[in-house]
Design a protein around this ligand. Structure first.
Ligand SMILES: [Zn+2]
Length: 137
């Protein structure tokens, strides 16, 4: 069954992760994630507008809010999210593990993309493997 976004852009009220460099927002789809094997997360993804990228908007869920003091655009400084990885949108720190997109909705014209992330946790032997994500996020 294809993953069709059931949310619209203006339905997004919460952002869970923000991606470094691209400043793409990720919102977990809890219902879809529950159907996936451990270590996989279904998310809606929204890229910032050119205006948001130019100003480094990284603290607003949808459109830039000029009074949001959590946002780098409001403060007038570059975003601290400079690594190609996911950060907690709420806590503004990098997630412990790396995630990669393993599935992407083909409906790329939509403002909200649907993606599936797989957690890749480096283990003691130094190689990377998928593993359940549990409470670490
Ligand atoms: Zn903003």
């Amino acid at each position: 069954m294809p993953l069709i976004p059931s949310l619209r852009f203006y339905d997004i009220e919460r952002v869970d992760f923000i991606e470094g460099i691209t400043l793409a927002r990720y919102t977990i789809d809890e219902a879809e994630t529950a159907k996936l094997p451990a270590g996989f997360i279904s998310c809606w993804r929204k890229y910032p507008t050119d205006y948001q990228m130019e100003g480094q908007c990284d603290g607003c869920e949808r459109v830039h809010r000029p009074r949001n003091t959590r946002c780098s655009m409001t403060i007038g400084r570059p975003s601290p999210f400079t690594e190609p990885r996911l950060y907690s949108f709420e806590r503004r720190v990098a997630l412990r593990d790396n995630y990669e997109v393993v599935d992407l909705s083909t409906e790329r014209h939509r403002v909200l993309e649907k993606v599936v992330l797989r957690r890749n946790a480096a283990n003691a032997q130094g190689y990377v493997r998928a593993e359940s994500f549990g409470e670490s996020i």
